[in-house]
Design a protein. Structure first.
Length: 213
């Protein structure tokens, strides 16, 4: 006679219910600055539920958006074949700086439902807002020097990576400053004016999809 397993042992075993990771594909202008920060941020806030893939450096804003659109179309085609493929979002991450074709890049992203994280003049304003408030128009070189004074490990022209350990606990403060600056710019009819950034919106998606329910 076959040996019977006691009911208690059968019912006490639980099947795995781990959900697939949420994937964020970030097509970035910077080779190291944005990708390294995003990976560190996802490690801190994603709870193992968010995966970040970066494509960098990806060129000027219009080229970045074009690459993002191509990646999204390819990923959607893959999802048609494999319906169990993970949920994903594609983001175009770039600076305004002195780049051409910014309006065209934004319009293309909207038309293809690619998310954008745009900084004016550059991504360094996001790091600076973790440390100190700043609201005056500024050239990117001056902004980089200002950040270097506040973040000793950041070196313009050399190591442009942010010191994640220095700023990792001040996300809410930086986000508040970024949102306030956007509100002030919107009041004047120019929401993406210098200085500004929507980079925090990408980070919000990491936090939202890293929460355990």
């Amino acid at each position: 006679m076959a040996r019977r397993i006691p009911p208690s042992r059968l019912t006490s075993r639980k099947l795995g219910t781990k959900s697939p990771k949420f994937l964020i594909i970030a097509v970035c202008e910077g080779k190291n600055t944005e990708p390294e920060y995003l990976k560190s941020f996802a490690k801190q806030h994603g709870n193992g539920l968010v995966e970040v893939e970066t494509v960098a450096p990806a060129g000027a804003p219009l080229t970045i958006v074009q690459k993002a659109v191509t990646i999204k179309k390819a990923r959607n085609a893959k999802k048609v074949v494999d319906s169990f493929d993970k949920l994903f979002e594609v983001w175009a991450v770039f600076d305004v700086d002195e780049h051409p074709n910014i309006p065209q890049a934004i319009d293309m992203a909207k038309a293809n439902k690619v998310h954008t994280a745009i900084s004016n003049p550059c991504i360094e304003i996001w790091a600076l807002w973790h440390i100190t408030p700043y609201c005056a128009h500024i050239h990117r070189h001056d902004l980089q020097r200002k950040l270097a004074s506040a973040m000793p490990s950041y070196e313009p022209g050399r190591s442009k990576q942010f010191d994640f350990e220095q700023i990792k606990d001040d996300f809410d403060l930086a986000k508040t400053r970024a949102e306030k600056q956007l509100e002030d710019h919107e009041a004047t009819g120019n929401p993406c004016a210098n200085p500004s950034t929507t980079f925090y919106r990408l980070l919000d998606r990491i936090i939202e999809n890293g929460i355990f329910y």
